[in-house]
Design a binder for this molecule. Structure first.
Ligand SMILES: Nc1ncnc2c1ncn2[C@@H]1O[C@H](COP(=O)(O)OP(=O)(O)OP(=O)(O)O)[C@@H](O)[C@H]1O
Ligand SMILES: [Mg+2]
Length: 248
């Protein structure tokens, strides 16, 4: 294998370089730099209002980036329109899920495939979603708004996967979900990563479970990255333990 190939493998799929985002006059991100290597799960943890969702919105083109750059697959995507970024292969499962409540489970999944160029193998892709989340398969004609919180989260992830993304970004998948389902959702995130190899950027307030399932982690505090390391090291880090893992 040539050294070029080996180096090529290290190139991150997604890279944020010193990005700044304001809401009006107020700065939400003061220069965030992070890297998500190909096929890895990277988690971004931080308190309420730290700027986690804003970071993901910047990646998806939903907020304006004032300075800095976002590189995806080697090409800049900073401030491209959201549909363009989605078509390049970034699927964003937003906080609060944002499924189409009045549409059925099936219709929501179809919407996920809307931007795909190869309309190819819908049935096969649906089967993969139902193998991950059998409950969705049992509720195909149910309107999405009547699903439980956990089922809606499964649907939101399933819809994102229907776009066959290269990179999946998940904003607080555990939010508003019964504790018994939280573990199950995270197990599915690991399974999706293992079976499809999709590069994953995960935002969570539930720091301990997020670090347990991810390869690498970043800590965001009031719009700045203050710590980063392999997730196993962050789990042992005393500052992280005190501030985010509820240790004494
Ligand atoms: N649309 C908006 N207009 C003005 N300020 C905003 C807007 N959205 C977010 N903010 C502010 O930007 C900061 C970062 O918000 P963000 O939603 O990114 O935080 P977060 O880390 O995702 O928090 P949470 O854990 O509560 O979801 C907060 O101070 C928030 O009040
Ligand atoms: Mg948020």
């Amino acid at each position: 294998m040539s050294s070029k190939l080996i180096l090529g493998r290290r190139v991150p799929v997604l890279e944020l370089n010193d990005i700044r985002v304001n809401y009006g006059a107020i700065a939400a991100l003061h220069g965030v730099t992070l890297r998500v290597p190909k096929g890895k799960i990277v988690t971004l943890i931080g308190a309420n209002g730290a700027g986690k969702s804003t970071t993901l919105r910047a990646v998806s083109g939903l907020v304006n980036v004032r300075s800095g750059s976002i590189i995806f697959g080697g090409a800049p995507i900073t401030n491209l329109p959201p549909h363009h970024i989605a078509a390049l292969g970034i699927a964003h499962v937003p906080e609060g899920r944002m499924i189409f409540s009045n549409l059925t489970v099936m219709e929501n999944l179809r919407m996920g495939a809307y931007l795909r160029k190869d309309k190819g193998n819908f049935p096969g892709d649906m089967d993969y979603i139902f193998s991950l989340f059998p409950r969705l398969g049992e509720r195909l004609r149910q309107s999405a708004g009547t699903l439980s919180g956990g089922e809606q989260q499964m649907l939101a992830i399933g819809r994102a996967l229907m776009s066959k993304p290269k990179c999946l970004i998940l904003d607080e998948p555990s939010l508003g979900i019964a504790p018994i389902l939280v573990q199950a959702i995270f197990e599915k995130i690991v399974e999706i990563n293992r079976t499809t190899g999709v590069t994953t950027l995960l935002v969570e307030q539930n720091a301990s479970i997020a670090l347990e399932i991810s390869h690498y982690g970043y800590v965001l505090e009031t719009g700045k990255i203050t710590l980063q390391n392999e997730s196993t090291a962050l789990l042992k880090n005393s500052e992280v333990r005190t501030a985010y893992l509820g240790a004494e």
